[in-house]
Design a protein around this ligand. Structure first.
Ligand code: FHN
Length: 456
């Protein structure tokens, strides 16, 4: 149990999860989409026949012998070519809707500092590209029109701003420059919330620099200001550090922010590690590429099946899964991602009940899949179909609920349930067998919806 043994001014300001309607909505999303888009989509991980050996959105930091000559100057001028003629926010939003995404996290500005909206506070923005039009506005409006909630990704790291420092400023000149950068950051954030009032939350990134970690008071004040300015705003645990430099969790172990934002490309092994906190997981389709990389051939690409498994893993532990997309420099979603989106959409259309508003079921995980639960419905998502065609459920007696009927969501087929007589086994469980149709030829995970009634 956590007690406030260390007095803190800039630690967590709340005990437990938020209980308001907006956060309840966040909890019910199940599936989200992340989009990383910026000028890094032009090189797509490659330049002059050379490949950058890292995440494509980091390509500006390419150095050493393998980097093209004058690389950073080249990169910093790429915006003059940014003209995504194929960009159609409504097309993206429609695809996300068909996929079954309930929220979007969109990169308004990544570490390179390029702002995809016409920011008054920098020249390094969409305004000065051949494209000119406000991309953030188009995205917010299009997704909102599809009923998808929009969260704005914002990187504190800004390689373009002259006042940005990664290390703690040591000289008076550096300190002044950094103060200027802090005001710039505040201005841009207020500008985003002013311009795009439909925003549901801010998704902060690039907050690990020593210089930023020292800004506990500034960041805490700013977070309060942003929340007051935009009531209901959702901000994760990645924004600020406390006065001892502790990030995500303050010096007393309490989470700072509305949900745990540390689950990046990984999922918790058990629900216990989460200690009841809200959380989501952001996941790349390749191992670690967020922005567009034109070469996906040299790494493992997660299948829709892999992602469905992860989605159920997340929801069965009260989390959301956010799948990342990296459109190309013209504004096209790559074909591989479109295929994956379509496959996920086919799945969510039939089986969405198992993920939207569904939560941890309070039961041990079956080896062949995941349980989720909503009201009196228990959903059993089968990832690995048992070869005998029988799903055995082990329900602890203490659960006080038992299955009354079962329906296979594909085709709405009623399934037979029998109670298994275990004789004197007495291990505390009651066992039930659900018989799958003999002709079930499932090539993707399938869901059995089980109505629960009180067990006396
Ligand atoms: O450095 C970034 C990375 O490029 C990407 O944006 C991810 C998304 O969560 N965040 C940072 C790494 O944690």
């Amino acid at each position: 149990s956590k007690t406030d043994t260390i007095p803190l001014k800039y630690g967590s300001h709340r005990i437990g999860n938020r209980t308001d309607e907006m956060m309840e909505r966040w909890r019910s999303y199940g599936l989200g989409q992340f989009i990383h888009w910026g000028v890094y989509a032009i090189p797509g991980g490659h330049w002059e026949g050379k490949s950058y050996n890292g995440a494509a959105e980091w390509i500006r930091s390419w150095g050493g012998a393998s980097a093209p000559a004058n690389w950073q100057a080249t990169y910093d001028n790429l915006y003059k070519q940014f003209n995504p003629v194929a960009f159609d926010a409504r097309k993206w939003a429609k695809q996300a809707k068909d996929m079954g995404a309930k929220y979007l996290i969109f990169t308004t500005k990544h570490h390179d500092g390029f702002s995809l909206w016409p920011s008054k506070y920098t020249d390094y923005s969409i305004t000065n590209t051949p494209y000119k039009k406000d991309i953030v506005k188009q995205v917010v409006d299009a997704y909102d029109a599809e009923g998808i909630d929009v969260y704005l990704y914002f990187s504190i790291i800004d390689w373009n701003h002259p006042g940005y420092r990664s290390g703690v400023p040591k000289t008076a000149k550096d300190s002044l420059a950094y103060e200027d950068f802090k005001q710039f950051t505040r201005n841009q954030l207020l500008e985003l919330l002013t311009n795009y009032p439909k925003t549901k939350g801010l998704w902060f990134d690039g907050t690990w620099d020593a210089a930023w970690v020292k800004q506990s008071k500034f960041a805490d004040d700013l977070e309060k200001e942003l929340r007051a300015f935009h009531p209901g705003l959702i901000i994760g645990s990645r924004f600020r550090a406390d006065e001892n430099g502790k990030r995500h969790f303050d010096s007393n172990g309490k989470m700072m922010g509305d949900y745990e934002q540390g689950w990046e490309r990984k999922l918790p092994k058990s629900i216990e590690v989460l200690e009841g906190r809200d959380w989501d997981c952001v996941m790349t389709i390749p191992p670690n590429q967020w922005g567009y990389n034109s070469d996906w051939k040299s790494s493992y690409i997660k299948t829709a099946h892999d992602l469905t498994d992860m989605l159920l893993h997340a929801v069965s532990m009260n989390g959301n899964l956010v799948v990342n997309f990296g459109p190309d420099g013209k504004g096209n979603i790559r074909p591989e991602e479109s295929i994956t989106a379509a496959k996920l959409g086919e799945w969510t259309k039939v089986n969405g009940a198992a993920i939207y508003g569904a939560k941890y079921a309070g039961l041990p995980k079956p080896d062949y899949g995941y349980y989720t639960k909503k009201d009196n419905k228990l959903f059993l998502t089968v990832i690995n179909k048992p070869v005998n065609g029988t799903l055995r459920l082990a329900i602890p007696r203490s659960y006080k609920q038992k299955p009354a009927n079962a329906v296979l969501l594909i085709g709405n087929i009623k399934l037979n349930i029998t109670t298994v007589d275990m004789g004197m086994s007495g291990d505390g469980n009651i066992y039930y067998d659900i018989q799958l149709p003999a002709n079930l030829n499932a090539t993707s995970p399938f869901v059995v919806s089980i109505e629960l009634i009180n067990a006396t």
